[in-house]
Design a protein around this ligand. Structure first.
Ligand SMILES: [Zn+2]
Length: 486
């Protein structure tokens, strides 16, 4: 990474406790330690990368050795403070435990702590990535932590709490640092934009903050790149282009094409256009899955979650637009497309063209399946049928009134059915279309059933039931005989 990418982070690195964003719990506890003059000898800072652990360790070191502290804050003007800011203090040692993980490094450190502070009051040891120490090194460190010299303060920092031995943890005061929420990062970088005279819009800041993933350092690092890419104009449209995200309009169009079967053909046009533009289709599909998941979160009123990948101003629009959309359809689509994406990754296709062909086939299949009845629709039908078979004919629609009458007053002709009556009754009921007939059941199975002399527990005849079942399953690709014995 070039020098440029570090500029903002270095320039705006907090030098006072009060300038640290979001870590109020840790900062407040440290400030209280100064107020009550109860300074510990070993602290451990736990939390994700880039949230301020090392920054706060340095401010703490400064305040400990400051010649003219201002209450709980260091002055940042005395020789000691300035030396620590420049990183050339003789009393503050920053050690990267990842590259000094051996027992010899810690033995050397143990020898070093015996010396008194040269300029300040304390010798401060900041051990970054302390979880990287070897077992023997931890044991050596433990001996020092058990009997620390009065003038020594250890500040251990780690991203991996679970890798720190219990014996070490029990000797330290622990401070937990949290990921910084997107909204907090957004308003923080907004103040920086004002200071830097950069143009921006709310969506642009959202994408920068999202990219930072809770880390101030990563956010500023990405902002630095974004300033170069957008020529200092941090708008949503430019940022989306930079990160290769399509924006909700593309995804809402794609979703509408999937929901509305009359628009299905456009799905293939969209895929073709994306392919022609050289877009990574796998990433597009993944972003669309995330979009569907976000819609479900919006429907469940969980849209304020940090993980949601939609700018705040678009949330209300989506909530309104998809208020009527069945949650089940969204889950079904998300699940199916997730599975398509999973297979896509496993297949290791040779080219983006093969990827496009694969997606076209999968989406065609999905559309065909979408035209079938939904599971809840099917279950509702089964429930109605169960009641029907048990003798509750009041649930029948009026369109099959003749059948109702026949069921209520069985006639001798019904005892011994004749094929003509059967076809007559069938005509009076809303006849299924030939296509539907084909979907429902094969003629052979119907014929076979008509000849059966069985009656069901409610006394109705099989041929009547056959009609009713046929009616109930109109339009469904299900053989009604499967449900006859419910
Ligand atoms: Zn000072």
């Amino acid at each position: 990474m070039s020098e440029n990418h570090q500029v903002l982070f270095r320039k705006y690195r907090p030098q006072f406790f009060r300038d640290v964003i979001y870590q109020d719990l840790a900062v407040g506890s440290l400030q209280n330690a100064f107020k009550s003059k109860k300074i510990g000898h070993a602290y451990i800072f736990i939390g994700p990368r880039g949230v301020g652990k090392t920054t706060i360790a340095r401010i703490l070191a400064k305040r400990l050795n400051c010649e003219r502290p201002d209450g709980v804050e260091p002055c940042n003007e005395c020789t000691s403070c300035l030396e620590i800011t420049k990183g050339n203090s003789n009393d503050v040692f920053e050690i990267d435990a990842a590259s000094n993980s051996g027992v010899d490094n810690i033995r050397e450190l143990r020898e070093n702590v015996k010396f008194n502070a040269m300029g300040g009051k304390y010798r401060v040891y900041i051990l970054d990535e302390v979880h990287m120490l070897s077992g023997a090194a931890f044991n050596a460190l433990l001996k020092t932590l058990e009997e620390p010299p009065a003038h020594v303060v250890f500040i251990l920092a780690t991203t991996e709490y679970h890798k720190i031995p219990e014996t070490i943890l029990s000797r330290c005061q622990d401070f937990h640092f949290r990921k910084v929420p997107v909204t907090v990062l957004q308003s923080y970088i907004e103040t920086l934009c004002t200071k830097e005279g950069l143009k921006y819009d709310s969506e642009g800041l959202f994408w920068i903050a999202k990219k930072g993933d809770g880390s101030v350092r990563d956010t500023l690092s990405f902002m630095e790149q974004a300033v170069i890419f957008t020529d200092g104009n941090l708008t949503g449209a430019k940022l989306r282009k930079m990160i290769g995200y399509h924006g909700i309009d593309t995804f809402t169009d794609f979703l509408n094409q999937l929901i509305d079967t009359s628009q299905s053909a456009q799905i293939f046009e969209t895929l073709e256009n994306l392919f022609q533009s050289g877009i990574d289709l796998s990433k597009f599909i993944w972003d669309f899955i995330e979009f569907l998941n976000s819609l479900l979160l919006i429907k469940d009123n969980l849209a304020d979650r940090e993980s949601i990948n939609i700018p705040q101003e678009d949330l209300q629009k989506l909530k309104q637009n998809y208020r009527e959309l069945d949650r089940e359809i969204l889950v079904l689509l998300a699940e199916r497309i997730f599975s398509i994406h999973e297979k896509l990754n496993l297949m290791k296709l040779r080219s983006s063209y093969e990827m496009k062909v694969y997606l076209e086939i999968q989406f065609r299949k999905l559309i065909l399946d979408r035209e079938k009845p939904s599971v809840s629709g099917l279950l509702a039908k089964i429930s109605e049928l169960t009641k029907l078979v048990q003798g509750d004919i009041s649930i029948l629609p009026d369109s099959i009134e003749p059948v109702k009458k026949q069921i209520q007053t069985p006639s001798p002709t019904q005892e011994k059915p004749n094929p003509n009556t059967n076809s007559q009754t069938n005509t009076k009921i809303d006849s299924p279309t030939p296509e539907t007939k084909a979907q429902i059941s094969s003629p052979t199975s119907l014929e076979k059933n008509t000849n059966t002399k069985e009656t069901n527990p409610s006394g109705n005849h099989p041929e009547d039931m056959e009609k009713l079942l046929k009616e109930k399953f109109s339009g469904m690709e299900v053989d009604p005989k499967q449900f006859k014995n419910l």
